[in-house]
Design a protein around this ligand. Sequence first.
Ligand code: F6R
Length: 615
Amino acid sequence: MCGIVGYVGPQSALDVVVAGLKRLEYRGYDSAGVAVLSDGSLAAAKRAGKLVNLEKALVERPLPSGTTGIGHTRWATHGGPTDANAHPHLDNAGRVAVVHNGIIENFAVLRAELEERGHALDSETDTEVVAHLLAEEFSATADLAEAMRLVCRRLEGAFTLVAVHADDPDVVVGARRNSPLVVGVGEGEAFLASDVAAFIAHTRSAIELGQDQVVELRRDGVTVTGFDGRPADVRSYHVDWDASAAEKGGYDYFMLKEIAEQPKAVADTLLGRIDAAGSLTLDEVRISTAELREVDKVVIVACGTAFHAGLIAKYAIEHWTRIPCEVELASEFRYRDPILDPRTLVIAISQSGETMDTLMALRHAREQGSKVLAICNTNGSTIPRESDAVLYTHAGPEVAVASTKAFLTQLVACYLVALYLGQVRGTKWGDEIRAVIRDLSKISQEVERVLKTMEPVRELARSLATKNTVLFLGRHVGYPVALEGALKLKELAYMHAEGFAAGELKHGPIALIEKDLPVVVVVPSPRGRSVLHDKIVSNIQEIRARGARTIVIAEEGDEAVAPYADHLIRIPATPTLLQPLVATVPLQVFACELATARGNEVDQPRNLAKSVTVE
Ligand code: F6R
């Protein structure tokens, strides 16, 4: 939610910052802006709409060149997506510029105080107060980092701030509380960004900032302190992917590339999980096996697609470990006073590791004494840092707003966690675990095979471009798959799409069925619990009898469904619990193609942002 870039070094700051913003546009695309320090003055430009509008403005009215600068791409919270509300925000003298990600909750009080002192604020944002407060503190201290520390101590809420001051020309200062900010360290240059993707073309050497820290960036190094001014401990790390991973690589959209990367992402997430003794390992565990043996309940918290991964994980966890498992939307979790104690294991699933709802849920769980295990795709992000254990998914950077490869790898990670719990608690034997791992190892090839057969799915999607509604049905693990199929279609094609448990249809939703309504049905394996399979075949007949156009996703060799399918999408036979790994893929392709056919922006759907860092 909002992308931020800062740069100081020998290169043109504008070029570095704009290139960085391009990589961060997935975080928000309501407006964009930049500020550059040049010959003792500050020049800024900003435009509502996508980054391309700003780029055009910069061609029409170029900014003077400079080697220190900041930039921002916005997902609007306070104030609409207008030029005036776009960042950077400047003080009245035009000497300080600031960009912000997050929400400053006490901005109204601060604004009133500033206005009383004679400041004129002209945007509707919560951010503008910071520019004015920084200007005041800088005139007292002549030190931008100190001014930032003083200001941050007065702010409430979640914020990442990055600022420059015309009177301190070779310095960029950043601050972080509850929102992401990473430092990149190059040769004689330094970077600040919401995500390493912004500077990966320049350096793979990064520093993770902690909570309530201020960083001062100079060409010859960085200094990190707490908001209290004390030197802070930081963790440096090497980014293990390169710039090409954050490029489209010849695909029209990031989403297409990321769908195609799924076989590798699934394989990478499995890599190195078995140690020499044949046991499963987690990346970083600060929960002892004794504590895991004591666990009497698992609670999964997550949002959106990650929540759907959690719903599927429940089936595996309960089946393989016999521990009761609840799955909860992170945004609802802490408000209903959930029953948690030290014997509850909370699993937080998040691609970005920055989703505020999930972060707040995990903090609540830890306050109640529960241990938290994170499943996350972003190294060094807040959620794994604040958890007791982490299992990283190795999907590589996911740029398209709609999650695809992260989902599949979250599922793999969930299966691994379930097996790990089974291993620690002795509810699964070593050979049983290895048999599941062998099945999981084959999934990468199966996904590859599914991807090769997607042309009929694309054709079908194009033929449905003028429809208003698509329903999705599933049973057992196919039910969350149906929910995920519907979510993908809503966010990408802007169509009314609903996922239902197929057995629930007769309790109400069947009234929605009308002639030619497309209904996608995810059919469980006939080799699993055959009763489930038989019941869904009946469900397909029920909706077909009422005129539905049935789009059936069924395992190869499942002939029982064929007579009732207007369109049959085949997936490879897999063990029942693992079926979502192959069944979801056609639904991703379906949504992507429908969005394209309807002329929508696939990678940047309207109103959305990839990383949701507000509650
Ligand atoms: C949907 C989608 C979102 C995210 C959700 C959680 O395609 O991408 O629903 O899954 O916002 O995000 P993370 O996993 O970063 O916590």
